[in-house]
Design a protein around this ligand. Structure first.
Ligand SMILES: [Fe+2]
Length: 246
């Protein structure tokens, strides 16, 4: 399926069911096929996560310093990777100890949920940086079909980010497989995201993402983020999503 075919199909359909409809299949089929490709043999307690290297040279970003990006990657993202590995080991030990109170076990499970979200969202975030910020026509058409026009999508995405300024959270453009719709999501932390949604473009709004370069000037960070979006990566995510619908 070519991008042009994707775009032609997007233009013919409404926002509801846009991905699945574009590929002539149902969400249930997509989910079934995605499950078939899943690796269900990994021991959940023995997963050892490794830091995913940046796909770009941090010194080459426009308006986001290497010092900021490198610190964010090594300390905030890296800290969550290391913490998640520790939590997995502690969970295995706590489960083996029959006298572990359930409420103590759930303290670890809460940390497990939080660190899992942090690792995944940071990997999406860094992977969708390193581009020139110029959305190709195929993406513009897709978002225009879903949001009315591309600028309306961007206006909402930026507004959600601005609202999170000075605090913490994420802005996520995602495909909600259950509702079959593309939506921008406000997420106040790593733990609360819509079920059955696939992230396509992720923006970190925790202060550590911009404070070093911009202080509390959130709008300037959002401008810098948009200047560095790697839309090719976003398209790859859309194509991967579309493949599961074949
Ligand atoms: Fe972060």
């Amino acid at each position: 399926m070519t991008i042009d075919k994707v775009r032609r199909n997007m233009l013919k359909t409404s926002s509801a069911g846009i991905i699945a409809t574009a590929f002539g299949t149902t969400t249930a089929q997509a989910q079934s096929q995605a499950m078939g490709a899943a690796n269900l043999q990994i021991n959940a307690f023995h997963v050892e996560h490794e830091l995913k290297p940046l796909a770009f040279k941090s010194s080459l970003l426009d308006g986001l310093s290497a010092r900021l990006i490198d610190s964010h990657w090594a300390n905030n993202y890296g800290g969550s990777v290391r913490a998640l590995n520790t939590v997995n080991k502690r969970l295995a030990e706590a489960l083996a100890a029959t006298d572990t109170p359930a409420f103590i076990y759930n303290d670890l499970k809460r940390e497990h949920l939080m660190r899992t979200g942090s690792v995944i969202l940071h990997e999406y975030y860094f992977d969708n940086l390193g581009g020139d910020g110029k959305a190709p026509a195929s993406v513009r058409s897709l978002l225009a079909a879903s949001f009315g026009d591309f600028n309306r999508w961007e206006t909402e995405y930026r507004k959600i980010g601005a609202g999170l300024g000075g605090g913490a959270g994420w802005v996520v453009l995602a495909y909600n497989r259950h509702f079959q719709v593309l939506e921008n999501y406000w997420m106040a932390d790593h733990m609360h995201s819509p079920a059955d949604s696939v992230p396509l473009l992720v923006m970190d709004m925790y202060e550590h993402s911009y404070q070093m370069d911009y202080g509390s000037a959130t709008a300037r960070y959002i401008d810098a983020f948009f200047s560095n979006i790697n839309w090719d990566e976003v398209m790859l995510r859309i194509e991967a999503l579309a493949r599961t619908a074949k």
